[in-house]
Write a new protein. Structure first.
Length: 130
């Protein structure tokens, strides 16, 4: 029988290597050492770094101020789907000083018709949709 318990985990690094600091619901802490350069450590560090990067980028996305066909506010890096089945990503174009929807073959400059598009995800959490 497998039992899963969710506990806060902190990845730490010092001169001795990588450590996982785990805290249970009673506030008790335990430190688990990870072998430097081992496959588990490499995977944990990579996954942690990816998650931190994703969380940071998600927090910094800018709101376009416009809503999609379902009334959902569109943010920078949102993946959009047009009524014709075309996918694009909301991006800021510094040269135009405007948000655009970039598709594989074009760029929509005027986001006025965004109400004809639907937000289906974002580039950080749903890259498989691109």
């Amino acid at each position: 029988m497998n039992v899963q318990i969710d506990v806060p985990v902190t990845l730490m690094k010092d001169d001795d290597g990588y450590w996982l600091k785990v805290k249970n619901s009673l506030g008790q802490e335990a430190m688990l050492s990870l072998e430097i350069g081992g496959p588990l450590t490499t995977e944990i560090v990579k996954t942690w770094a990816d998650e931190q990067m994703k969380a940071g980028l998600l927090k910094r996305r800018r709101k376009t101020g416009l809503k999609d066909s379902n009334g959902r506010v569109a943010f920078e890096a949102d993946i959009m789907l047009s009524q014709a089945g075309v996918r694009g990503v909301v991006a800021w174009d510094a040269n135009l000083a405007a948000f655009v929807i970039r598709t594989a073959t074009s760029q929509t400059v005027n986001l006025g018709p965004i109400a004809k598009w639907e937000v289906i995800g974002n580039a950080f959490e749903n890259p498989e949709l691109l």
